[in-house]
Design a protein around this ligand. Structure first.
Ligand SMILES: O=C(CO)[C@H](O)[C@H](O)COP(=O)(O)O
Ligand SMILES: [Fe+2]
Length: 266
């Protein structure tokens, strides 16, 4: 059975001060899902720790020539404290929006500690819970289990530089994720340029998993949708192309038609 096209405007490009009416507007224009980008940057304390760690790492390197300590310290502090250099919304905003809409809230977590968000997001009314494979290699089974127990739909995302093979175990496991989100820009900001080289991953996933929901996120719009749709993507996130258009309904319709036509031709 062919997978269904889902068009998900990214609310990152909406007017956050009018989130409920922006959501209502997108649904009226034909959106299937609302894509919610949850990004957390390091706190001032963690930034201080990063600075301290770099200083300590450099000092160790030059004074003692302890290379591994240098790289290890940078890796641990940088990657465990800071997934993206931006700060957007969290569970309280999802909860507020949920009071105004029954729509599917497709939450994309760009955080280093997704386990901490399962309970708050479930209580807030999130529908999809998509975490990044890069931060959950050691505990994804537990995470997926908890997400399902709490009534949300688990998905896994991967950055442009992450090999697609890293998500195969999560799709094939006993307790599989139900969607793979292929980042088509570096996570962190809306309005970036689509990276066509990420399409190899979409093609590989579609070939291996004909009925899997495959979402693409970043730089999608009328000029880039055809390549993503023909590679096999069926869930399309689009922020700036939809919100920046004078006719968002038209853009949503173009995205949907492209996915449907690719499926008919494929
Ligand atoms: O996850 C994201 C950024 O990290 C956003 O969902 C994405 O960038 C959508 O915005 P646009 O369509 O403007 O590129
Ligand atoms: Fe996103």
């Amino acid at each position: 059975m062919a997978v269904v096209a889902k068009i998900a405007p990214s609310m990152l490009s909406s007017d956050f001060a009018n989130l409920a009416s922006e959501a209502e507007r997108m649904l009226r224009f034909g959106a299937d899902w609302l894509h919610m980008d949850i990004m957390v940057r390091g706190s001032p304390l963690s930034l201080l720790m990063i600075f301290g760690a770099y200083w300590f790492g450099f000092a160790s390197y030059f004074v003692h020539q302890v290379k591994s300590l240098f790289f290890h310290t940078i890796f641990i502090v940088h990657f465990h404290r800071h997934f993206v250099p931006n700060l957007t919304i969290g569970a309280p905003v999802i909860e507020s929006l949920r009071r105004h809409t029954k729509a599917y809230l497709d939450c994309h977590l760009m955080v280093t500690n997704p386990l901490d968000y399962v309970d708050p997001l479930a209580k807030a009314g999130a529908s999809g819970f998509t975490f990044h494979v890069e931060v959950a290699k050691d505990y994804w089974q537990d995470l997926v289990h908890q997400v399902k127990v709490k009534g949300m739909r688990p998905g896994v995302a991967l950055k442009p530089g992450t090999p697609v093979e890293e998500v195969y175990p999560l799709v094939e496991g006993e307790n599989p994720v139900e969607m793979v989100l292929v980042m088509t820009v570096e996570p962190g900001f809306g309005g970036q340029k689509f990276m066509p080289e990420t399409m190899d991953k979409v093609r590989a996933l579609r070939k291996k998993y004909p009925s899997l929901d495959i979402e693409v996120d970043g730089g999608l719009g009328p000029s880039t949708i055809d390549v993503a749709a023909s590679a096999g993507a069926n869930c399309i996130v689009a922020g700036s192309s939809v919100f920046g258009s004078k006719e968002p309904a038209n853009v949503i319709s173009i995205l949907r038609k492209s996915v449907q036509e690719a499926q008919q031709n494929g």
